[in-house]
Design a protein around this ligand. Sequence first.
Ligand SMILES: [Zn+2]
Length: 310
Amino acid sequence: MATVSDELDAKVRLAAFSALERLTASTGGVMSREAMTQGFTLDGERMPFALRARGIWKPKLLGPHGAALSLTTASIRKGTKPRYDDQVASDEGWFEYRYQGTDPDAADNRAVRQALERRLPLIYFYGVGPGRYEAIWPVYAVGDEPARLTFRIAADAAGLAEPLLLGGGTEAPFKRYATSLVKRRLHQHRFRELVVGAYREQCTVCRLHHSELLDAAHILEDKDERGKPEVPNGLALCKIHHGAYDANILGIAPDLRIQVRADILAEIDGPMLKHGLQEMHGQLITVPNQAYMRPRVEYLAARFERFKAA
Ligand SMILES: [Zn+2]
């Protein structure tokens, strides 16, 4: 029998998940800190998805023995050197989530344990850029390691004998992902946020300043063993210049000069060709201020060889 508190719990989670679905529909899953704090509405009252000050969040409404609703990773601070994310890069089928503090029985940690024991779905906010998080749901606490002060969090319920019953068994309107897929997506989003941020949200070729129209392009592709998703292997490019770069319509020489392919330079067409491509020929790309974020010359050179051969 579902108790009153089970029903209330299911109601809170369903409201949160539906609101997330709506809020992230056009962002590919990325959310701002503000939107997380602003939260969702339940019976006319606003409730945060997460709180700034803590990693583990349980709405008060769920009572002292309630289960956590969300987990948030540390945010990525502006201007700090981005680290390679071992967690996302690892092949393990789970994320490790550090306890709040060192007391396994602290209220926040108990709230996660409640979710684990009751197999309740959680939201995981994973920092992908300064003040920006990827919202992943549902995730489950699938393991508890007090000796290491960590929980294991997975996007699939593989570790659970009888996964996700929301209160009375409600079928929740959410998508399900395998943890490995989630990690791949996080990897891409993190790379995009870091690169676009490093280029101050401008296309390196034309300086277009519209985040929605910007991509993070790889200089060396994933399949190249040097092609790591790190800022020095990335370029912030608008959609047009990303397409042109990938199609070898334009290349970027190791001295940071843009080269447009000869047949394209000779063509006669409308303003996009003239201003968007031909006039870029011979210009210097705009690079990040900090040297460690600039494109690595070795990568540019290797890629430029392929452009010349095209
Ligand atoms: Zn551009």
